[in-house]
Structure formats: structure tokens, C-alpha cells
Design a protein. Sequence first.
Lengths: 115, 115
Amino acid sequence: AQSVTQLDSQVPVFEEAPVELRCNYSSSVSVYLFWYVQYPNQGLQLLLKYLSGSTLVKGINGFEAEFNKSQTSFHLRKPSVHISDTAEYFCAVIPNGAGSYQLTFGKGTKLSVIP
Amino acid sequence: NAGVTQTPKFQVLKTGQSMTLQCAQDMNHEYMSWYRQDPGMGLRLIHYSVGAGITDQGEVPNGYNVSRSTTEDFPLRLLSAAPSQTSVYFCASSYSNWGKGTEAFFGQGTRLTVV
């Protein structure tokens, strides 16, 4: 089984400051990793994903994440946040392979950008 | 394209009532799923389908039924609503299963309150 731990439930940050949202996972098999964003009263939208290759993954809206296999982490970063980045962010994992159907989500991190 | 459409957006039920949450997608996706989102719990998989006529249980299936008679539709039925089913429900679809790293597309959610 897989598990995902998002280390911070809430992260307040001032506008134009950098931010890092932390995600650690546990799995006995190789996994794919995802970050999703949920804006208020909306569904989830894919920010970025790591499947293989370069451990630094770039996504939409200036976000990037780094996969660290030895530390089983997949932290999300943005060098300068905007008010519009205020949202809840979810880290998710799934075992790679054709028979994998359950995406396991973390509990979410609420990012609040302060003007 | 409309993407993934969920109806209704809001619903209040009395304990013991039944209802169906509708989900439709127009992207010809084979894989569809239902998640519930509860505060501090992230998203948990209720049921999923890998194609018309094929469904299976996820992490929290009790109290819910699904069927998949067409590729486009994947309704979720609450047989006898309970206050514990108060939640936000999300339908998601993807071209193939997420174990291949495919992006999931989410609906806007149905906010259900059981009193």
C-alpha cells in the first residue's frame, strides 16, 4: 500500500515570496507522483507530474517539483507567489503499471498568499 | 468540450433518503472514478470503472452503488443516506488508468449534506 504525507496543513506566505509545499510518500514499489491544485469551490486540476527521467519537473503557473527517491519526497516550489495561487494543493501517488487504479492523495496543504 | 460535468452542485438530503449523483464526460475516457473529500482527509476513492459494464470498489465503498452502462456516464447512488455521507463528491475521468501516468480530469464537485 502507498501513503502520502503532506507535512503542512496550512502555509501562509506573502505575495512575491518563495514557497515550498512538502510531500513525502511511502511505497514498496515504484510510483508516479502528482501535484494537483484546487481553487475555491472548484475541482482539482493537474499542476505537474513525475513519471521518469529528470527529477526536476516543471508545471503550470510557474510551479516546479523535485523528486528525491532516497528521501521519498516530492516537494513543490514556486520562486514568487501571486495572490491567485491561493488554493489547496494535493500531492498524490500511484504505483506505476497498467493494473494500478487507485490514486492515493495526501490530506492537502492550504496555501494562503497575503498581499 | 465540457469535460467532466457533475450534477447537482448542491444537495440536502434527510437521513434514509436515496439519491443519485450524476457524472458525465465527453472526452471518450475509459476510466472514471468517484472520490469523496472530507476536511483534513484528502480525497478517498469510492468506486471506479475501467470501461462500460466494468466497475470495482475503492477505499470507502460502503453505502454507495455505481453502474456504467455507457462510456460517458458514471452515476453514484446513495441507497440510504447517513450523516456520515455528508461530504463533497468528485467525479474524475482519464484516458487510461492512472498507473500509466495519465492525467485525471475532475468535475466541479457535488456538495452533499445529510441531515
